[in-house]
Write a protein that binds this ligand. Structure first.
Ligand SMILES: [Zn+2]
Ligand SMILES: [Zn+2]
Length: 401
């Protein structure tokens, strides 16, 4: 017998597709999600949810109450698009020049709206349960920490969220599958700038210089030894120098060189240790060459660590909706995700929704101008969210609440 939540999700698939395409055609960048937020708020209100708007500027929250006391499950989606020109020739192509939903946040928003609709229109699923489901639609996930602002503005209170889940589409997983994993799953994504100050000279008189370009080259090389010689082999970390700038002419050794790049780590301890090793390495190398170096570290999103309880909830829901064999181990990523700010405050987990369909050429990666997704995944995401809400409110103690 098919799972009733899945069957109900499949029945609203045309609406899910229409909603995702409407959002896809009108992509909005971080903190500019006015039209998307309006659409989300209108839909939630139509189904009788308690709606709050203007949280973290353009964020929206919907609360579905059973009317009986009990815990609250938070489910979060992100709404922002990316500054990329879409290269797909599809009827629902982006109508906004230079903007595109290339990270699937249009699908996340549609899936979460679908879950709200399913739960609002099938009150019998929550019969006898207490508590609430809080639907969190956040702005500005792409680099501008909308999730952190939502937390700062109290999204986890009133009613207090006890456990939170979220999903992100993944083009390397086939549509119809879901990936889960407990522990660290996405990376801290920090940025850094390095300024090397040497001494300029005529290029034919290098003995009069402290060549900052040579120093920068040694720094880049030495930075690549930090991960290989300081990180435990089964931990994960990346140091990438992504920009090097110095000099003006063939015959001048310049005064300065500047570098920038990113540090990615899965564990807070590794993150702190590597930040320290980077600083020591950069200063040490510069001083060996008689130059000076300034190191600026710009903290990004923290690592996302999935809690065992929240992962257990997702696994139970996904197996119920899809069957055991469609729930696979989630691949690790060194990408960043600002759901990490919610996960710092509450037991939380993110799962992956497969969207790949090779037969239809849907294979392109996140942030690609050719990214697209198999819309068969939309009811899957909605059904896992709705089933998780039912499972959680029915037996919160099974998930440590
Ligand atoms: Zn993204
Ligand atoms: Zn994303």
């Amino acid at each position: 017998m098919p799972n009733p939540v899945r069957a109900a999700a499949e029945a609203i698939k045309p609406w899910l597709v229409e909603t995702r395409r409407a959002i896809h055609m009108q992509p909005e960048l971080g903190y500019e999600e006015h039209e998307t937020a309006r659409r989300v708020a209108a839909a939630l209100a139509e189904w009788g949810l308690e709606v709050r708007t203007g949280i973290a500027r353009t964020g929206v929250v919907g609360v579905l109450r059973t009317g009986r006391p009990g815990p609250t499950l938070g489910i979060r989606a992100d709404m922002d698009a990316l500054p990329i020109e879409e290269a797909n020739d599809v009827p629902y192509r982006s109508r906004a020049a230079g903007k595109m939903h290339a990270c699937g946040h249009d699908a996340h928003t549609a899936m979460l709206l679908g879950a709200a609709r399913l739960l609002a229109q099938n009150p019998q699923w929550l019969e006898g349960c207490g508590g609430s489901v809080k639907f969190i639609f956040q702005p500005a996930e792409e680099g501008r920490a909308g999730g952190r602002l939502m937390v700062e503005e109290g999204v986890l209170e009133d009613p207090r969220v006890d456990l939170a889940i979220a999903a992100h589409v993944l083009p390397s997983l086939p549509a119809g599958t879901v990936g889960t994993r407990s522990g660290p799953v996405l990376a801290a994504s920090d940025k850094f700038n390095i300024k090397v100050r040497g001494k300029g000279s005529h290029a034919a008189q290098p003995h009069l210089s402290r060549d900052p370009i040579l120093v920068a080259a040694h720094i880049i090389t030495a930075l690549q030894a930090i991960v290989s010689r300081n990180v435990e082999p089964f931990d994960a970390a990346v140091v990438s120098v992504t920009r090097l700038e110095a000099g003006t002419a063939y015959n001048i050794i310049p005064e300065e060189a500047s570098l920038m790049g990113t540090l990615r780590t899965h564990r807070a301890e590794t993150r702190q240790a590597l930040k320290r090793r980077m600083e020591e390495t950069i200063r040490g190398v510069a001083s060996a060459f008689g130059a000076e170096a300034a190191f600026e570290f710009i903290p990004g999103y923290p690592p996302l660590v999935n809690s065992a309880q929240a992962t257990g909830l997702i696994e139970r829901a996904a197996r119920g909706v899809l069957g055991e064999e469609k729930v696979v181990e989630m691949p690790l990523s060194m990408g960043g995700e600002d759901f990490a700010y919610i996960a710092l405050e509450r037991p939380a987990a993110m799962f992956r929704v497969g969207v790949r369909n090779e037969a239809r050429g849907i294979v392109h990666g996140l942030h690609s101008n050719r990214f697209d997704l198999d819309e068969d995944a939309l009811p899957v995401g909605s059904a896992v969210f709705a089933q998780a809400a039912c499972a959680f409110l029915r037996d919160p103690r099974a998930f440590g609440v």
